[in-house]
Write a protein that binds this ligand. Structure first.
Ligand SMILES: O=C(O)C1=C[C@@H](OP(=O)(O)O)[C@@H](O)[C@H](O)C1
Ligand SMILES: C=C(OP(=O)(O)O)C(=O)O
Length: 442
């Protein structure tokens, strides 16, 4: 695969088949919920305590941005934040660019939030984020009266002029994206009248659920949400569950590696996140949800996974939005299953941290799989993988997916450019080795 810098200059892994996966683990906190917890706690009146906060680069970037805007945030221990909210109109001008790092969630949600402030702001990101599409949020925000611009009309940096009066809109989103929906709803907090969003397919409703939990009136059902400006948020304590998208790598690995039997504790299993469970069950996986309980953003459970032989499927398009971040792991499951798997309706994968259709197709082919890319998906022939070298293109989910693939390969797999795993899953290597993965720094 092509590389911008020589592999030696970039962090790499050497991964190879380990032992059957076993044990009882907790994965780090949910990234989407951690971002939102900091945002709403910052805008609330009073103090909030966040437990289970993801200590990832993406969510730390969000916390740092609010600190720059005058919010007091303490970190008394790892994965805990105490946020001293400044109230809905209490943010201060940051005096300089706000760096969202690698995080699309931070940039798109902040675009909506900052559109309603009295001050100007500029949102920047790293090389990957600087290539990602932003017109999808700029267009509806402009319809609300916001002044949000970008030098090339599409990509970051985003320049937001404050002091505009916003009006609520009824927005029919052309894309199933929780980030787009959330950007519009966050601008709606500062708008005159009602803001309503309808989606082509329901997406994660964490913004809606969390706004309600912080006391803002919001009406929502799958695929739609409505709120009005002029209310306040009340500080509260938040318990962030384990991130299903991080658990996904272990769920797929344990399904594939013979003899595996793994338990993942306290994982968020909101149906808008767990399309992968349905897809894997269609393929024959043995996955159970135990001790189901309620969390601030939907149900939480322990997930028990045992090895089972998997067979290829035609993935129903209705599942795509509910497993949007799980495709790299799913593609590995398909490549190791018997028979063919077809994915359609997943064009959004091309505008993530990398083009995830192309990154997975190229990497799996380098390991001997037969894969055909299509505009909005891929066709994967299941079979045996071999040793080889793959490039994660600096995309955390591609790196972790190939660490899973290597557990099924005929030898060692070199995975280049893996430092970005720290954006969503710090400690992946240690946890993976503890579970039985063959994985070391290379
Ligand atoms: O709202 C969120 O927290 C997220 C929404 C999804 O992005 P899109 O809105 O672009 O689908 C997802 O891929 C991302 O990891 C997190
Ligand atoms: C797409 C992702 O995140 P973001 O859009 O926040 O960069 C992801 O974590 O897979």
């Amino acid at each position: 695969m092509g590389a911008a810098s020589p592999p030696s200059a970039r962090e790499a892994w050497l991964a190879s088949p380990g032992r059957a996966l076993s044990g009882d683990f907790t994965v780090p906190g949910d990234k989407s919920i951690s971002h939102r917890a900091v945002m709403f706690a910052a805008l609330a009146d009073g103090r909030s305590r966040i437990d289970g906060f993801l200590e990832g680069e993406d969510t730390r970037a969000t916390a740092a941005i609010f600190a720059r805007m005058g919010v007091g945030i303490e970190a008394p221990s790892p994965s805990c934040r105490i946020v001293h909210g400044v109230g809905i109109d209490g943010l201060r001008a940051p005096g300089g660019e706000l760096d969202c790092g690698n995080s699309g969630t931070a940039m798109r949600l902040l675009a909506g939030l900052l559109a309603g402030q009295a001050f100007d702001s500029v949102l920047v990101g790293d090389a990957s984020l600087s290539k990602r599409p932003m017109l999808r949020v700029m267009a509806p925000l402009r319809d609300m009266g916001a002044a949000v611009g970008s030098d090339d009309g599409e990509r970051p940096p985003l320049r937001i002029t404050g002091g505009r009066s916003l009006r609520g809109i009824a927005f029919d989103s052309p894309v199933a994206s929780a980030q787009v929906k959330s950007a519009v709803l966050l601008a709606g907090l500062y708008a005159q009248g009602e803001t309503a969003v309808r989606e082509p397919r329901p997406t994660r409703d964490y913004t809606e659920r969390m706004l309600a939990a912080f006391g803002w009136p919001v009406a929502f059902a799958p695929g739609e949400a409505r709120l009005s400006g002029g209310h306040r948020l009340a500080g509260r304590d938040i318990e962030v569950p384990g991130d299903f998208s991080s658990a996904a790598f272990f769920i797929v690995a344990a399904s594939l590696v013979p003899g595996s039997d793994l338990l993942l504790r306290s994982v968020g299993i909101d149906p808008r996140r767990t399309g992968l469970l349905e897809a894997l069950r269609m393929m024959g996986a043995d996955i159970r949800e135990l001790d189901r309980r309620d969390g601030v953003c939907g149900p939480v459970a322990d997930i028990a996974v045992r090895h089972a032989p998997l067979r290829g499927i035609d993935l129903p398009e209705a599942l795509v939005a509910d497993m949007i971040d799980e495709f790299p792991a799913f593609a590995v499951a398909a490549a190791c299953a018997s028979g063919t798997t077809r994915v359609t309706g997943a064009g959004e994968l091309r505008v993530k941290e990398s083009d995830r259709i192309s990154a997975m197709a190229t990497g799996l082919e380098a390991l001997g799989a037969r894969v055909r890319e299509t505009a909005d998906g891929m066709l994967i022939e299941g079979g045996r993988l071999r040793a080889g070298r793959v490039d994660s293109l600096g995309d955390h989910r591609i790196a972790m997916a190939f660490a899973v693939a290597a557990q099924l390969a005929g030898g060692e797999v070199a995975i280049d450019d893996v430092a970005n795993v720290a954006t969503s899953f710090p400690g992946f290597g240690t946890l993976a080795r503890g579970a039985g993965f063959g994985l070391r720094s290379g």
